[in-house]
Design a protein around this ligand. Structure first.
Ligand SMILES: Cc1cc2nc3c(=O)[nH]c(=O)nc-3n(C[C@H](O)[C@H](O)[C@H](O)COP(=O)(O)OP(=O)(O)OC[C@H]3O[C@@H](n4cnc5c(N)ncnc54)[C@H](O)[C@@H]3O)c2cc1C
Length: 231
């Protein structure tokens, strides 16, 4: 595996822990019904993959699976957690396997926080979005850091007083970093990228989506090309 760790934002990252399958998987999965299988992609296999992606025959894209270790600010993870379909391993529930595990602030004191480089302006026509930059970057940074410092100090003081970590953490802001394992199929990852690498997505989660694209492109170059050109 080449460089399968991407550093993101000031302290975040996505690290590939492991992955299953290669570019031949969607084609072999699609053809299993009539008993054929290949080890190297031919021109007609690429055509079949394009056909599958284009006509939403998506199940063959669920066998390539990637296990990721992600470090991201909590406000990014709150958006990411909305993606509930990871890798399906059971079908006895309508809620598919979430495939998430996260570091616990009940065990581990929170230590790291995200700090933006640029303070973006509230968008005028999209209530959720940002555009451009505010003028007084310096004042915004000062306010951010003052608040950050106060909250961190208060959190530490509560811990020093013997307050339980599970309770003390409740005063912490959403820029605290968290770390998770996420295992997801190619399709689930592609769906995440399609929704989160878009101008209407928040800039920070978009950086993770861009990095994820680079990762699956490295792991499954033909599948990635076929999916994003056809689906
Ligand atoms: C720009 C943006 C703004 C957003 N704003 C908000 C917001 O304000 N509030 C909010 O709550 N959420 C918000 N979301 C989250 C959004 O509503 C989705 O929950 C999130 O993007 C996950 O997408 P998904 O359902 O496709 O992914 P997954 O949950 O991973 O699902 C993947 C796919 O599986 C299929 N699927 C999943 N569950 C079912 C099911 N029960 N039945 C049938 N098919 C299913 C669907 O095809 C789905 O696309 C926002 C998302 C974006 C990108």
């Amino acid at each position: 595996m080449a460089n399968l760790r991407k550093n993101i934002l000031d302290k975040g990252f996505i690290q590939v822990i492991g992955y299953l399958g290669s570019d031949v998987i969607p084609v072999n999965a699609a053809r299993v019904s009539f008993g054929g299988s290949i080890t190297e992609l031919r021109k007609r296999d690429l055509k079949l993959m394009d056909f599958l992606a284009k006509h939403k025959h998506h199940s063959p894209f669920r066998h390539q699976t990637v296990c990721l270790n992600v470090k991201a600010p909590e406000f990014v993870m709150r958006q990411w957690y909305k993606h509930v379909v990871g890798a399906e391993t059971t079908s006895n529930s309508f809620v598919k396997d979430h495939a998430w595990n996260e570091i616990s602030g009940r065990y581990v004191p929170v230590a790291e926080y995200y700090e933006p480089v640029i303070f973006r302006k509230q968008s005028k026509d999209n209530k959720q979005a940002s555009e451009g930059q505010i003028e007084d970057q310096e004042e915004a940074l000062k306010l951010w850091r003052d608040t950050d410092r106060l909250l961190k100090e208060s959190y530490q003081k509560l811990l020093d007083m013997g307050v339980a970590k599970e309770q003390a953490r409740c005063i912490l802001p959403l820029n605290q970093y968290t770390e998770v394992y996420w295992t997801a199929s190619f399709q689930a990852i592609a769906n995440f990228i399609e929704l989160r690498d878009k101008p209407d997505s928040q800039w920070e989660i978009r950086q993770y989506a861009i990095a994820l694209y680079e990762i699956i492109e490295e792991l499954y170059p033909h599948t990635t090309k076929s999916w994003f050109e056809n689906s």
